[in-house]
Design a protein around this ligand. Structure first.
Ligand SMILES: Cc1cc2nc3c(=O)[nH]c(=O)nc-3n(C[C@H](O)[C@H](O)[C@H](O)COP(=O)(O)O)c2cc1C
Length: 172
């Protein structure tokens, strides 16, 4: 699929069939996610694949009861790895890690769409319970949960601000 088409067609999907998503597909999604740029190519990001029903239910509960999280075949939890970004000091810790993970997440969402699957970027969750249930060490911070499955909805495009609203002309 053409990149421009994937970018324009992608939507957040929150309703899924129960059909499984194969292990190789998930592996490819993670590889494509990690093709995204990262500060100094340090790739300060990690991915956790959750298929276990109980853990998905616990993730949904931690994510303010966003129940679709427990209704997908697989969730990919995207995490920052603070040890890897250490060479960049405070700017790395406070900024680059979110560039690194955000770019990877967007790659993943576009690849999901290209494969005919659906996903949504979930950022609203309580980190404490997620860290605990996934047994994450101090330097690993979960930043997004990406439920992935076969879509049963085709949402319309959510509106976007017009260019005049997002372009600071004074800045040329
Ligand atoms: C940082 C971030 C956090 C988000 N958190 C959630 C979330 O917790 N739950 C959810 O359903 N969607 C979440 N979204 C998805 C947005 O609601 C969605 O991208 C936006 O409404 C635009 O819709 P679209 O993705 O279909 O274009 C999040 C998106 C981003 C970038």
């Amino acid at each position: 699929m053409e990149v421009k088409r994937a970018i324009s067609e992608r939507r957040s999907i929150r309703a899924f069939k129960s059909n499984p998503v194969a292990e190789e597909v998930v592996k490819e999604l993670i590889e494509l996610a990690n093709m995204a740029p990262s500060a100094g190519n340090l790739q300060a990001r990690e991915f956790i694949v959750v298929r276990d029903d109980k853990t998905k239910e616990a993730l949904a509960a931690a994510a303010l009861n966003q129940t679709f999280i427990s209704q997908v075949p697989v969730c990919i939890v995207v995490c920052v790895n603070y040890e890897r970004i250490a060479p960049y000091g405070e700017r790395g810790r406070e900024l680059y890690v979110f560039h690194d993970t955000g770019a990877a997440i967007q790659n993943m969402l576009l690849a999901v769409h290209d494969m005919g699957l659906g996903a949504v970027w979930v950022g609203a969750f309580n980190e404490g319970p997620v860290k605990e249930m996934l047994n994450l060490p101090e330097h690993i911070r979960p930043v997004a949960i990406i439920p992935v499955g076969h879509p049963i909805e085709q949402p319309r495009m959510r509106s976007r601000r017009g260019t005049s609203d997002i372009l600071r002309k004074e800045s040329w």
